[in-house]
Write a protein that binds this ligand. Structure first.
Ligand SMILES: Nc1ncnc2c1ncn2[C@@H]1O[C@H](COP(=O)(O)OP(=O)(O)OP(=O)(O)O)[C@@H](O)[C@H]1O
Ligand SMILES: [Mg+2]
Length: 288
């Protein structure tokens, strides 16, 4: 089995540079899923092959937002009942959605068979992808931490509420102290204007600056926009339903920028590195 894993990893290593971005935030309801989905669709419209890994089992799942039917999920892949290609759901503009399995299980607590299954599943993936965006659940569970620290870039979504800031801080602190993650990309969501987004970012970086050794970057300011809710009701992404609306414009800008974030060529840029990190108990370096 170890042999199997090693050769699967070697095979992947040969060709697949994939940008892996985790979307997280600590607090529930800050807009992670909407930002994930709209970023993914915007990138797909720009010609990227995008997969969304739905690691959130909350009510407003990626598939629910888009009105898609999900029959199988990653647990079927882990147990060998299905291939990854079989569980992928096709979304708008060709984005692929991989529905997660049970949210209670930590990815670091998979059995050796499940490890092998996961790695094999990705190595056998027939559909080539350029970008993998991971939508994480609310909270700071092991699952959220393992997906975040395994990704090359971590987008932390915050909104102007004290609990959002404290939860984001707590998440950043754990990822930094326990996993050595150093860089965080901040998305200020549901703000009134760019200035308010900047102020929110300043508040967060003030506390992290005082207590932690991390680098935060404000990568997007997404305004509060009723069109997001309207789009959700239509089971569409705002970038499709209301492409000229303020929130859609902001997320399109974010997607455009994110496509230019560098993919490390060695070793963190490969899909197998993400998987290795995902299933390893402790990472020394994280994305730092
Ligand atoms: N910029 C925005 N303007 C207005 N409403 C927004 C905006 N962003 C998100 N929302 C709304 O906030 C709610 C939560 O959004 P979403 O489901 O994306 O958050 P989440 O962080 O994924 O939540 P959870 O933690 O439950 O997974 C939804 O009703 C969504 O329509
Ligand atoms: Mg969500």
């Amino acid at each position: 089995m170890i042999e199997d894993q090693a050769s699967s990893l070697r095979r992947m290593n040969q060709s697949r540079l994939v940008k892996v971005i985790a979307v997280t935030g600590g607090k529930g309801g800050v807009g992670k899923t909407n930002i994930t989905l709209n970023t993914a669709i915007s990138m797909a419209k720009q010609g990227k092959r995008v997969m969304v890994l739905d690691a959130d089992l909350g009510l407003a799942n990626v598939d629910v937002l888009l009105g898609l039917r999900v029959e199988k999920n990653l647990s079927h892949v882990l147990s060998g009942e299905a291939t990854l290609d079989e569980v992928l759901v096709h979304g708008p503009h060709g984005i692929l959605i991989a529905p997660a399995s049970s949210g209670t299980q930590s990815m670091t607590e998979l059995s050796p068979t499940e490890h092998a299954g996961l790695i094999r599943a990705f190595s056998e993936l027939q559909t080539p992808i350029d970008v993998l965006i991971v939508d994480t659940a609310a909270g700071i569970s092991d699952m959220v931490l393992s997906f975040s620290r395994a990704s090359q870039d971590i987008m932390v979504v915050v909104c102007d509420e004290p609990t959002s800031l404290t939860d984001a801080y707590a998440l950043i602190k754990i990822l930094n102290r326990e996993y050595g993650v150093f860089r965080f990309k901040i998305v200020a969501n549901m703000v009134r204007n760019v200035r308010e987004g900047q102020e929110l970012f300043n508040k967060l970086s003030k506390v992290t600056g005082r207590f932690l050794d991390v680098a935060l970057e404000l990568v997007a300011t997404v305004p509060y926009d009723e069109n997001i809710r309207k789009a959700v009701r239509k089971q569409k992404a705002i970038v499709d339903a209301f492409p000229a609306s303020p929130a859609a414009m902001a997320i399109k800008g974010l997607a455009k920028e994110a496509m230019h974030w560098p993919v490390p060529t060695q070793p963190g840029g490969h899909l197998e590195f993400f998987l290795e990190q995902l299933v390893t108990k402790k990472a020394a370096g994280g994305n730092g």
